[in-house]
Design a protein around this ligand. Structure first.
Ligand SMILES: Nc1ncnc2c1ncn2[C@@H]1O[C@H](COP(=O)(O)OP(=O)(O)O)[C@@H](O)[C@H]1O
Ligand SMILES: C[C@@](O)(CCOP(=O)(O)O)CC(=O)O
Ligand SMILES: [Mg+2]
Length: 387
């Protein structure tokens, strides 16, 4: 039997990086998905391999289950209902399994994703032969949380076959996990993110798991109900970068300037809190919709200034900021920065002509503009035919 899971990407409205250092962040799911399918091999197939096909990045891997068992069985597990961190020893053993696959040098940045796969698969399912196929609409390494969507969709398929979760396997179409099962899934996905990111806050996997719009601080989430239409233009600079390196660079700057950086993180905390109250406040309240949008734009612009202080902006991001500002539309980077994606709020009454003009100008610079719904459902699973 085949099982599929799909998990959304995310945009961060405020608080990236600072959230790693304990500040509040506000994020929403973004309706581009990573899809993972899992099929265990039956005895009659006589196929004793674990195959991983990463379609969107054009990579295929195959290990004999015996080889995986020989390399990893001394680590204990499966751990299933006890999400467990990948120890230094496990990282070393898994790296050996990845290296044996002659990973193409040009794509070596993707090796952490394969390591996360091996850790999650063997920790949850042990040493069973299977084929796992991953496809994605999300650009990889662009700030839209592809790493989290990868870990969440993979974990969702792995847990679906376990007794630790309760799912009606006869139900047709896409279905959601129950709340306590989502908590387990989210914890496992976080363990995968740790392998990819080094020191993640847990924000991205949490948004991909639960969906909607959330306020997040130190591992705790609060669901937010927006009272304003949040139409966002997402511009991909197409400048590749790596979240792990950017998160590490902010930590290094924090070590060099602890007091200054603590004030920066504190300011971001206030921005995120104000932003979440603003979008939740009823309209019309004291403020009209236009005034609310202007405040939101201002908060995003202030957050961008603080991200520049953290050293995670980039020339390509600055070009997007200058271009959208010509149309009186402030923007901020979203995700880890250093390239990747930029977020621009499109006010509800903004004319379609302006949106077309700004999009055309951004695309003429070689950037790619994406518009997708935000705040939709989190991870879902499908046992039968998916629609
Ligand atoms: N569809 C995918 N297939 C393979 N690996 C993926 C996929 N999506 C994400 N990854 C993993 O996540 C990494 C990118 O994560 P990251 O640098 O955090 O950027 P982001 O999460 O913003 O896309 C990749 O290098 C790879 O290891
Ligand atoms: C920079 C950070 O706040 C978000 C990273 O998002 P992404 O991997 O760039 O999509 C890191 C984190 O919260 O773990
Ligand atoms: Mg990521």
């Amino acid at each position: 039997m085949e099982i599929k899971a799909r998990a959304p990407g995310k945009i961060i409205l405020a608080g990236e990086h600072a959230v790693v250092h304990g500040s509040t962040a506000v994020a929403a799911s973004f309706d581009l998905f990573t899809l993972c399918s899992l099929r265990f091999h039956s005895d009659s197939e006589n196929d004793d391999t674990l195959n991983l096909s990463l379609k969107s990045v054009g990579l295929e891997f195959s290990w004999s289950v015996g080889r995986i068992r020989e390399t990893l069985s001394h680590l204990g597990g499966p751990f299933l209902s006890t999400p467990t961190s990948c120890s230094t020893e496990a990282v070393r053993c898994i790296a050996a399994l990845v290296e044996e696959q002659n990973f193409p040098e040009a794509k070596i940045g993707l090796a952490t994703g394969v390591s996360a796969f091996l850790w999650l698969y063997t920790s949850i399912q042990g040493f069973k032969p299977a084929t796992v196929v991953v496809t994605s609409d999300l650009p990889v390494g662009a700030g839209l949380g592809s790493s989290a969507a990868f870990c969440v969709s993979l974990t969702a398929t792995l847990l679906a076959y376990s007794d630790s979760v309760s799912l009606d396997k006869n139900q047709q179409g896409w279905l959601a996990y129950g709340d306590s099962d989502l908590d387990l899934l989210n914890k496992w996905a976080f363990e995968g993110e740790k392998i990819i990111h080094g020191k993640p806050s847990g924000l991205d996997n949490t948004v991909s798991t639960y969906g909607n719009i959330i306020k997040f601080r130190s591992g705790n989430l609060t669901h937010i109900k927006s009272n304003m239409p949040l139409k966002m233009l997402v511009t991909n600079t197409n400048v590749g970068r790596n979240t792990k390196a950017l998160v590490a660079s902010v930590s290094e700057r924090t070590l060099r300037h602890p007091d200054a950086m603590s004030s920066v993180f504190n300011a971001v905390d206030f921005i995120s809190k104000e932003l979440s109250s603003l979008i939740e406040s009823p309209t019309p309240d004291d403020l009209s919709m236009t005034e609310k949008e202007e405040r939101l734009q201002e908060l995003m612009e202030m957050n961008q200034g603080l991200l520049q202080c953290m050293g995670v902006s980039h020339a390509s991001i600055e070009t997007v900021l200058r271009t959208t500002l010509k149309y009186k539309l402030p923007s901020k980077l979203t995700g880890a920065g250093g390239g990747g994606c930029v977020l621009t709020l499109l006010p509800a009454l903004l004319s379609g002509t302006i949106v077309d003009k700004v999009t055309t100008e951004l695309e003429s610079c070689g950037f790619q503009c994406l518009v997708a719904g935000i705040g939709g459902k989190g991870v879902e699973i499908c046992f039968g035919e998916s629609s």
